[in-house]
Ligand binder design. Structure first.
Ligand code: UDX
Length: 459
């Protein structure tokens, strides 16, 4: 099938490449000339495992093409996907200006029946808005507007696209449903379903799924905080509750808050949609509040231990991207941590396998960018783990202990087992688990009438 994808951001690029991989002819369109030029050379602007190989192969096979001309790009398209940004507006609502502008452009150039698909995450009612813009110039027989939300996770987006748990299609047109069914059949051969529903339910499904997952995370983050107070281990609690098939094991990992381009934006947009419809979605508001607080948890632990004034102290930070296997730092908890600790006077030496350039662009020389994970430890009073990249899972602990000025690790993702940390001699704080105290020499001194705790090196 001949397809056009408008917008070559993360979703558009993965969508276009994966549709080409299943034999369709795809033209990806973007207004960014430089991006289009480099994509033509097979260079992807984002780090997404597996995408570069598929991109190269499909360009070579001439199933995937790139252009800045919307007229040229959609010329033969039977289906046009809109994968455009919907950034949060000031009030938290999703800003539809790009989507509606492109709809307007399309209304001037479509000449034969075309299915127009909203792939971007858009509020309930957007399919109707797009249809209304098209209706200003086009005869009703020339288009159908479909909602087809994506459920891609960064880092595994190619796999998620090629083997989706489900495909959701919102359309009240039989003709459009047929086209979409034909297009998606190759992706559901293993028996996973394509659900056809109305446009509004489909649009809501995306927000419901993301907000529900965000709610699980906020629930577990609060549970972890309570476990710390109760002397329980949240790892066991998570395993114990996740074994119940009604709950399930996935997405129950506590940490230092969710980030990324979807959860924060989508939860906020759902709260806003509810407000617009005069419904106070209390739970969704609490999910956001808990997440804001959780992003401060790790910095709080560091300051609790070292004191609120961190001047003169250096810390190593491992992990900057909002999660492993991506260079995306949008709404990454690491950014809040950097602001908090540098604001308190600390110097930071940071390392991330893929996210360094993005942080450099955003933060400049606010922090030192280390050569590798061990270089980050030089002169540091503690190691702070923010993102659970695989390469941080089994490091050389002797080397860490020998470089750190003070043997302390603050782990925001529970990367290490308690059993292991109890044998190693670090001061170790994680999320929702007991603090591991090494055998430290503590000297208590009285200064100006108050007790000063001085922590020495290990015995
Ligand atoms: C998410 C949805 O999973 C995806 O379906 C949607 O299309 C886009 O948003 P993504 O943002 O790529 O995908 O990341 P995801 O793996 O879902 O993680 C989101 C955030 O939640 C990350 O910050 C991650 O660290 C955090 N998280 C995830 C937890 O804190 N605990 C968990 O158990 C799982």
């Amino acid at each position: 099938m001949q397809l056009a994808i408008i917008g070559t951001g993360y979703v558009g690029l993965v969508t276009g490449t994966c549709f080409a991989e299943t034999g369709n002819n795809v033209v990806c369109i973007d207004i960014d000339q430089r991006k289009i030029e480099s994509l033509k050379q097979g260079k992807t602007p984002i780090y997404e495992p597996g995408l570069d190989v598929l991109l190269e192969r499909n360009i070579k096979e001439r199933r995937l093409q790139f252009t800045t001309s919307i007229t040229e790009g959609i010329a033969d398209a039977r289906v046009i996907f809109l994968a455009l940004p919907t950034p949060p507006g000031k009030d938290g609502s999703a800003d539809l200006q790009y989507v509606l502008q492109v709809a307007d452009d399309l209304s001037k150039i479509i000449t034969k029946y075309t299915v127009i698909v909203n792939k971007s995450t858009v509020p309930v009612g957007t399919a109707e808005k797009v249809a209304a813009v098209l209706a200003q110039r086009l005869d009703r027989s020339l288009y159908d507007v479909v909602s087809n939300p994506e459920f891609l996770r960064e880092g595994v987006a190619v796999d998620d696209f090629l083997k989706p748990d489900r495909v959701v299609i919102g359309s009240s047109s039989e003709k459009a449903r047929k086209v979409m069914d034909e297009l998606y059949q190759p992706f559901v051969r293993q028996g996973n379903p394509i659900y056809f529903m109305d446009e509004r339910s489909s649009e809501m499904t995306k927000y419901a799924a993301n907000s529900y997952l965000a709610m699980r995370i906020s629930f577990m983050n609060e549970m972890a905080n309570l476990c710390e107070k109760a002397g329980a281990n949240v790892d066991w609690v998570r395993i114990g509750m996740g074994a119940d098939s009604r709950i399930g094991k996935r997405f129950l990992f506590p940490g230092i808050g969710y980030g990324g381009s979807c959860f924060p934006k989508d939860v906020k947009a759902l709260a806003h949609t509810a407000m617009e419809m005069d419904y106070d979605y209390k739970l969704v508001n609490v999910v956001m509040h808990v997440n804001d607080l959780q992003k401060k948890i790790l910095g709080g632990k560091v300051r609790n231990y070292f004191g609120s004034d961190l001047s003169g102290l250096t810390f190593a930070v491992w992990g900057l991207s909002f999660k492993p296997e991506t260079d995306d730092i949008r709404d990454a908890p690491a950014l809040d941590l950097i602001e908090e600790l540098t604001g308190a006077g600390a110097k930071l030496r940071v390392f991330d396998p893929e996210g360094m350039n993005n942080v450099r662009q955003l933060m400049g020389d606010k922090v030192h960018y280390a050569e590798d994970q061990y270089d980050a430890l030089e002169g540091a009073s503690a190691l702070i783990i923010v993102t659970e990249w695989s390469e941080f899972r089994n490091p050389d602990f002797d080397r860490i202990a020998s470089i750190l000025v003070h043997p302390a690790i603050f782990d925001g993702r529970n990367v290490y087992s308690m059993e292991k940390m109890q044998t190693l001699g670090f001061y170790y704080e994680s999320i929702g688990r007991k603090v591991v105290h090494p055998h430290v020499r503590e000297t208590l001194a009285v200064q100006d009438g108050s007790i000063i705790r001085e922590r020495g090196t290990m015995d």
